[in-house]
Every structure is written in structure tokens, then in C-alpha cells.
Design a protein around this ligand. Structure first.
Ligand SMILES: Nc1nc2c(c(=O)[nH]1)N[C@H]1C(S)=C(S)[C@@H](COP(=O)(O)OP(=O)(O)OC[C@H]3O[C@@H](n4cnc5c(=O)[nH]c(N)nc54)[C@H](O)[C@@H]3O)O[C@H]1N2
Ligand SMILES: Nc1nc2c(c(=O)[nH]1)N[C@H]1C(S)=C(S)[C@@H](COP(=O)(O)OP(=O)(O)OC[C@H]3O[C@@H](n4cnc5c(=O)[nH]c(N)nc54)[C@H](O)[C@@H]3O)O[C@H]1N2
Ligand SMILES: [Mo]
Length: 698
């Protein structure tokens, strides 16, 4: 998109760009409305004592409260008693600075971010199989040329509208689109074939597709021999997923399983994509692995116009997971428990490797540890609204309230900011420079179009100020652009970066990020802002300034030590919470077109509110009849954890054993009061997509 400042106002205009081809969803069109919205925070807020209202404060007073509180808590309970929670909407520069701030300025191991709720299962499965986690290992435009495209748990028509153009192109070329979703979504309605499984059974479906491919001789044996390892145990597992058995498990008819397998197995170019519907499960990593196994058996990854990919979510869903916001991660997608990685990053940060903390705990585990006797006593939140978006949110909210000190940096009074002790008003997207990395691994510029309003500071300036007051040599009071000597174009290497340790100029931060990432999986060393401008984005890994970026991965080898992709046998297992007489219906959750995430940024925008004014519960006419519920009736949805209230929306597009609610609303309409907090054992991703509930007329 292009953003045009007109007399102090910013308008959003679609631009011809290779990724979105001029498409832009309504959320994009209205994003500018939040810049000058009356709800915009323009002064810090503090709470004087528990129970008191938030009141306006000056920056020095608010920052003093933060620093005094952190010092007191760390003196009494140790450095890990202060925790940080980040977000996948932060620019690369901010995500990097936040991770460094936690490890260097706070010295805490406790940092994680909302991407744990979003991308973590696909990321873990990708690393396991390919040795690398990049959403798409090929350019997005490949989708348009696929003979067969399989979307698993992705409602792109509502969640990624710019991508729909490729689906249209694919169909116009005579391609087959297969959608797997328990609901006949706007996306599924465009499909050639819609498989409608019970939530949480995708793994079995994937194994059945592989079973059929094996039986029909569609497995690419040459590819399997030359490019992969570990097929034999996967073949043995798939043998026991005959379609009739999987029809029993998933509800998907044998004929549909066979038709889907045929479309994939006989295509020249086939692409398999997963999104949150497949991933947000207590077996999300294994489910993604099952689809990767299928893709590898068919010889897709690395073949032109073919492959497996995962659709990322948030604005910087890809970049946000590369630069050290994760509990177990250092910049460049390095592991924090790898001695070589620690030595490299410590060198760039000018600290000794042994000063860097070890791995912390994952997002949900961190949120539930807050305020407990051994858990953190303070939390700084940058770019998330967990009161609405975390699973089992009623418990998370009470943990947040138990903290001695909750600090939230945001530009609106989100539900999490509303219960904070200190709220710091920060700049929005149009008010600061930076980079984002899209699902293709393409690093893109985001440009400041106007300065932040008076009273507002950038996240980088806030971090620099806090680090300075906590005793680091960070930048001074900090508006934008006072971050010390720009080093653009300097060859990245190791060794501490000259200038302030926490610069506020995003260009300077990016130069440091390049050095910190050099030699890592997500290697940005050869990427400069100038190159991004000149090349319409640069694909990582890009280790050298004179070498090209990498739009396509896996053409000759995978990123594993021996260059082969790894098969891993995975078995179907029950969802964490099965239906029972007290809770007889499956609940699944997700999104609607006109609202974004926790709703903090979109519920306030009038046209979006008109388009999607509140939560609802989608249920099948048969289920509604059994419950005596009419369309529009208020219903209660109750699980073992809590309840939610919303009007019923009766529709034949959903399975009769399943109900659906969007998670964009707060208060009594908060579906995350109900959702399950079962976690995937590998990724620690919560099972947002299925739990057992009871539905009653209110
Ligand atoms: N309008 C809008 N767009 C967004 C966002 C938003 O909040 N609003 N958020 C952004 C973010 S952060 C993300 S992560 C993406 C998410 O993008 P998507 O993954 O497309 O979004 P969801 O609606 O969470 O889930 C997709 C589908 O999974 C289905 N599903 C539920 N359970 C299962 C299951 O067990 N198996 C299968 N196969 N499908 C299942 C749901 O019915 C739903 O239609 O969207 C991004 N875009
Ligand atoms: N039931 C259920 N729950 C879910 C999901 C689901 O499918 N079902 N999906 C999960 C997924 S995929 C995701 S990604 C999460 C998202 O959940 P959240 O992390 O809560 O997402 P947002 O609503 O985007 O919250 C971002 C907050 O940070 C602020 N913000 C935005 N940009 C910046 C910035 O640059 N700096 C600062 N300081 N603040 C900023 C916004 O105003 C907003 O208040 O929700 C998860 N929760
Ligand atoms: Mo997400």
C-alpha cells in the first residue's frame, strides 16, 4: 500500500506491489482512522494504588514509577522477577530491541510474545523437517500457478484478502482448490473440494491422504531417496490410516479423501498451506508435520511452483519471530542455549556471554506464573492485549491483576492497559520508520509519514529511556532520530556496536540487527534499507551485500546438517478435551473480516464496528433445534473454565457437532474465558481451536 499524508492526515491508497497486487482489506483502508482517533493515548497514565483510577502523569513521573518498581522488585526477588511480553506486530527493529532490553537491561530470562499463540507450531514443525522456519519457502505468486492448492485451516477470504487474487488466478487457470475446515467459510465456498472434518482431526486426514498416495503409486520415490531421510517409519504409520478408518475419526467421506489425494498426487505443481485451524492445537506441531510428510512424499518442497508453506498472521508475524522475542531465542533465529550463538550475540551487545540469561518459559506458562509465589512480580507488555487474546483469559486476567507492577506500552487503552499500573503512550505505524518481514521472508520498509503527536514516544525511545535509567548507557530523553551515529552501509561483523547501547533511531537499530543476525538462520547481514528500497524488498537469508537474497529455498538442499529433509512419523490422538454429556459440543474459534485480533485497534473504528458490531455463536440448524434456540437468541457457552454470552447465528455452513465464535470481543462476549489452555508439548501453542462446551439459551 501507499500512504499519502495530506495536510496532516494520512490516507491509505493501494499500490501495485508484488505481494498484494494492489489488494487491500477493509482493515487496511481504515487503519489511518486510528491515528487521530479520540481514544488515542497522548499522555502516560499511572495508578496510585490498587483500586484507584488511572490518572494522567508526566513522562518523568511515569518512567520513575517503572524504574523504581523494577529496581525494588529485582532487588527483592531477583532479575527474573521482571518479565516482558512482546508482539508479532512490532517492527523487526522493535522486536530486536525488546529482546535485547530483556536480556541486557533487565537481565531477565523471562521474555516471550504473542507469536507463541500464532506461529509457533508451524515454526517448530518447519525447523524439525527442513532445518529452517520461513512461512513460505517460495514467492506468494506461485500460488496462482499451482495445479492443486490445499488450504488447511486457513480462511484467507476473511483473514488475508490480498491473497484471494492468487486463488482467483489459480482457478482461472483451471487449478483445483481444496479447503479443509469444519466450516464452509467464504474461502471454502470458493473451493473445488471442501473437506469438513471434526476440529482436531487434520492429522488423521493428512495420514489418510498419504495412505492413498502410497496405495496409488503417487509417491515420488526418486525424490524421497535423493532428498529426504526417515520415510520408512512414516510409510508404516500411514499404512494404518486407511480412508474408511479416517472417515470414522474425522467425518470426512472416503470419496472426498480419495479425491483430495488424487488431486494432490497427480498434479504437476501442488502447494500445501496450513494456517491456524491446523496449528492451534495441542498436537499442532505433529499435525503440521503430517502435512509436511505428505508434501515430502509427493516430492513437492523445492520443486518449482510446488511446496509446503504456512500462512503467517500478524503484520510482522515472520520477522517478529526471528529477532529474539522468543523465550528460547537470540537474534538471527539463533538458540539461546547454543554457546556459539551466545558468544556471537554477546559480542555484538558488548556483554560477556555468561551475562546473558538462559531460556525462559513460553507465553501462556509465563502469563499463568505471574504474581504466583515463584513467578514474576512485574510485566512489561509491548504490542499485545492478552486479557482478550490469551486462552483461559479469566485466569490470565486475574494473574495480571495479581502483579505488583504491570506496565503496558500501547496507543489505545486496551483491556490490558486498562488494568495496568503504568500505561506508556507509544507511536503508531505511520509515525516511525522500520522494517517488517512478510510470510515470504521478504524484508520490507515501513516509512514514517508524520511525527508522533505531542506527548507520544516511540517504543524504541521508551526502551532506550528505561535502559538508561536502569543503568545502561542508553540514549537520552529520546524523540525519534537521536540515536547516535548512523552506520548504514558499514559491513556487518561481530564486535560491540559503537554509540548508545539502546539507540532510538530505527536505522541504527537495523544496522545492529544485521550484525547480530550474521551467520544465523535468518541472516540479514547483507540487507540494507537502501537495498530494500532498490529491490522492492530483500528475501532472507542474505548474508552478503553483493550477494542476492533467497526468494526460493530448498532447490538443491534443505537447511539440515546433511541437506536432507526429515520425515517424522506422527499418529492421530484425541483432542485435549473430548466432548462428554456435560459438555457435548466442540467449540472452535477464529476471526471475522472486519475485526482484528483482540479488537483493541478495530472495535473503535466506526465502519468496522458497523460491519461487525459484536461477538456471536455460529451453530448448525439441527443443533439449534435440539437446544430450542432461534436465530438471534442470546446463548451462554460454558466450558470447565468459564462462560461467554452472545447472540446465536444459525447457519448450515458449520458441522452440527461444532460451534464457532470469533475472539475479537471483551467482557461477557470474550470467548477466551471458555477456550482450553492445553498446550502443544513442543511449541507450547494453546489449543485455541477445540474444546468441549455446553450451549444454553440465556
Ligand atoms: N480480519 C482479520 N484478519 C486477520 C486477523 C484478524 O484478527 N482479523 N488476524 C491475523 C492473524 S494474527 C492471523 S494468525 C491470521 C489467521 O488466519 P486464519 O488461520 O485463516 O484464521 P482463523 O479464523 O483463526 O482460522 C482459520 C480457520 O480454521 C478453521 N478451523 C477451526 N478449527 C479447525 C480444525 O480443527 N481444523 C481445520 N482444518 N480448520 C479449523 C476455522 O473454522 C477458520 O475458518 O489472520 C490474520 N488476519
Ligand atoms: N480464541 C482464540 N484466541 C486467539 C486466537 C484464536 O484464533 N482464537 N489467535 C491467537 C493469535 S494467532 C494471535 S496473533 C493473538 C493476538 O492477540 P494480541 O496479541 O492480543 O493481538 P492484538 O489485538 O493485535 O494486540 C496488540 C496490542 O498492541 C497494540 N500495538 C499494536 N502495535 C503496537 C506497537 O508497535 N507497539 C506497541 N507498544 N503496541 C502496539 C495494539 O493497540 C493492541 O492493543 O491472539 C491469539 N488468541
Ligand atoms: Mo496470529
Amino acid at each position: 500500500m501507499t500512504l499519502r499524508p495530506t495536510a496532516g492526515r494520512v490516507e491509505v491508497l493501494p499500490r501495485q506491489f508484488p505481494t498484494n497486487r494492489g489488494g487491500l482489506c477493509q482493515k487496511g483502508w481504515t487503519a489511518a482512522e486510528l491515528l487521530d482517533h479520540p481514544d488515542r493515548l497522548t499522555t502516560p497514565l499511572v495508578r496510585d494504588r490498587p483500586g484507584a483510577e488511572l490518572r494522567p502523569a508526566t513522562w518523568p513521573e511515569a518512567l520513575d514509577r517503572v524504574v523504581t518498581g523494577i529496581r525494588r522488585i529485582q532487588a527483592g526477588h531477583g532479575r527474573d522477577a521482571v518479565a516482558v511480553f512482546g508482539g508479532g506486530g512490532l517492527t523487526n527493529e522493535k522486536a530486536y530491541a525488546l529482546g535485547k532490553f530483556a536480556r541486557v537491561a533487565l537481565g531477565t530470562r523471562n521474555i516471550d510474545y504473542n507469536g507463541r499463540f500464532c506461529m509457533s507450531s508451524a515454526a517448530a514443525a518447519g525447523i524439525r523437517a527442513f532445518g529452517i522456519d520461513r512461512g513460505l519457502p517460495f514467492p506468494l505468486a506461485d500460488l496462482g500457478t499451482a495445479d492443486t492448492l490445499l488450504l488447511v485451516g486457513a480462511n484467507v477470504a476473511e483473514t488475508m484478502p490480498p491473497l484471494v487474487r492468487y486463488l482467483i488466478e489459480q482457478r482461472e487457470r483451471g487449478g483445483t482448490l481444496i479447503v479443509i475446515d469444519p466450516r464452509a467459510t467464504a474461502t471454502a465456498r470458493q473451493a473445488t473440494l471442501h473437506l469438513q472434518p471434526t476440529p482436531g482431526t487434520d492429522l488423521a486426514v493428512a495420514n489418510a491422504l498419504l495412505h492413498v498416495a502410497l496405495a496409488e503409486g503417487w509417491v515420488d520415490k526418486r525424490y524421497v531417496d535423493a532428498r529426504t531421510a526417515g520415510f520408512e517409519p512414516v510409510r508404516r504409520v500411514a499404512a494404518s490410516y486407511w480412508p474408511a478408518r479416517v472417515e470414522q475419526l474425522s467425518g470426512v467421506p472416503v470419496a472426498d479423501l480419495e479425491a483430495a489425494a488424487r488431486a494432490l498426487g497427480t498434479a504437476d505443481r501442488a502447494i500445501i498451506l496450513t494456517a491456524r485451524g491446523a496449528e492451534q492445537h495441542a498436537k499442532g506441531v505433529d499435525t503440521v508435520t503430517a502435512f509436511i510428510n505428505l508434501a515430502l512424499a509427493l516430492g513437492l518442497p523445492g520443486r518449482p511452483g510446488s511446496g509446503y508453506g504456512c500462512l503467517t498472521g500478524q503484520g510482522n508475524g515472520q520477522g517478529g519471530r526471528e529477532h529474539g522475542q522468543k523465550a528460547d531465542q537470540l537474534p538471527g533465529y539463533r538458540r539461546i542455549d547454543d554457546p556459539a550463538a551466545r558468544a556471537h550475540v554477546a559480542g555484538v551487545w558488548g556483554v560477556r556471554p555468561e551475562e546473558l540469561p538462559g531460556p525462559g518459559i513460553s507465553a501462556y506458562e509465563l502469563l499463568t506464573a505471574l504474581g504466583t509465589p515463584d513467578g514474576p512480580k512485574a510485566l512489561l507488555v509491548f504490542g499485545s492485549n492478552p486479557v482478550v487474546s490469551a486462552p483461559r483469559a479469566n485466569q490470565v486476567e486475574s494473574r495480571l491483576r495479581d502483579l505488583d507492577l504491570l506496565i503496558v506500552a500501547d496507543f489505545v487503552r486496551s483491556e490490558t492497559a486498562a488494568i495496568a499500573d503504568v500505561v506508556l503512550p507509544t507511536a503508531q505505524w505511520a509515525e516511525e520508520d522500520g522494517t517488517m518481514t512478510n510470510l515470504e521472508g521478504r524484508v520490507l520498509r515501513r516509512r514514517a509519514l508524520r511525527p508522533p503527536p505531542p506527548g507520544v514516544r516511540t517504543d524504541l525511545a521508551v526502551l532506550a529511556e528505561l535502559a538508561g535509567r536502569l543503568g545502561e548507557q542508553g540514549g537520552s530523553a529520546g524523540g525519534v532520530g537521536d540515536g547516535g551515529p548512523a552506520e548504514r552501509g558499514a559491513a556487518p561483523g561481530t564486535g560491540p556496536v559503537p554509540g548508545p547501547r539502546f539507540p532510538t533511531d530505527p536505522g541504527v537499530v537495523f544496522e545492529e540487527l544485521r550484525r547480530a543476525s550474521a551467520g544465523g538462520i535468518a541472516d540479514y547481514a547483507g540487507i540494507s534499507w537502501e537495498r530494500i528500497d532498490a529491490e522492492d524488498g530483500v528475501f532472507w537469508p542474505c548474508p552478503t551485500e553483493d550477494g542476492a537474497g533467497t526468494p526460493r529455498l530448498f532447490a538443491d538442499r534443505f537447511s539440515t546438517p546433511d541437506g536432507r529433509a526429515r520425515f517424522l512419523p506422527v499418529e492421530h490422538r484425541a483432542v485435549a478435551e473430548e466432548v462428554c454429556p456435560d459438555y457435548p459440543v466442540y467449540l472452535t474459534t477464529g476471526r471475522v473480516l472486519a475485526q482484528y485480533q483482540s479488537g483493541a485497534q478495530t472495535r473503535r473504528i466506526a465502519p468496522l464496528h458497523r460491519a461487525a458490531p459484536g461477538a456471536f455463536l455460529e451453530l448448525h440448524p439441527d443443533l439449534a433445534a435440539r437446544l430450542g434456540v432461534q436465530d438471534g437468541d442470546e446463548v451462554f457457552v460454558t466450558s470447565r473454565r468459564g462462560e461467554m454470552r452472545a447472540p446465536a447465528r444459525i447457519t448450515p455452513t458449520i458441522r452440527p457437532d461444532t460451534v464457532f465464535a470469533p475472539f475479537h470481543w471483551a467482557g461477557p462476549a470474550r470467548i477466551n474465558s471458555v477456550t482450553s489452555d492445553a498446550l502443544d508439548p513442543v511449541s507450547r501453542m494453546p489449543e485455541f481451536k477445540v474444546c468441549a462446551v455446553r450451549v444454553e439459551k440465556a
